[in-house]
Design a protein around this ligand. Structure first.
Ligand SMILES: [Zn+2]
Length: 133
């Protein structure tokens, strides 16, 4: 079990069946990043890229992920930031803070889904209106 201090981005379409340590796999087609937990526990951490989830910044050499990676569901419960390819460890959250974070994430995700839902319906309505005339 060796903790990682750095993550090197590798752009790929799909992730390998076995991820390598120290690599941040970035799939643009699937809007997803993946890496092995930086604490060294060997668990895969999948971070979907979307307005309600994570965003990635690539400076041509290194990558940053925002917000932080909180592996609450893993036994290690590690929490860190990936900034310019460097792993910056953050403090462990309490059970209450984890619950609060999860609630906020759920809320954001629901909001995001709501925003995207009316579009096809609006299109459909317009279509029906023109058909009636
Ligand atoms: Zn871990």
């Amino acid at each position: 079990m060796t903790a990682q201090d750095t993550l090197r981005p590798v752009f790929t379409e799909t992730f390998p069946s076995t991820m390598d340590t120290g690599i941040l796999y970035v799939s643009i087609p699937y809007r997803t990043c993946g890496h092995l937990c930086c604490c060294g526990c060997g668990h895969e951490v999948i971070t979907p890229i979307s307005t309600a989830q994570w965003s990635i910044a690539y400076d041509g050499e290194n990558a940053s992920l925002t917000p932080s990676i909180g592996n609450w569901a893993l036994p290690c419960r590690s929490h860190y930031w990936i900034r310019h390819g460097h792993v910056q460890w953050s403090r462990h959250y309490s059970a209450a803070e984890i619950a609060q974070n999860r609630e906020r994430d759920r809320h954001l995700l629901a909001q995001n889904t709501e925003e995207h839902r009316p579009r096809p319906l609006a299109r459909l309505r317009r279509h029906l209106q023109s058909w009636r005339r």
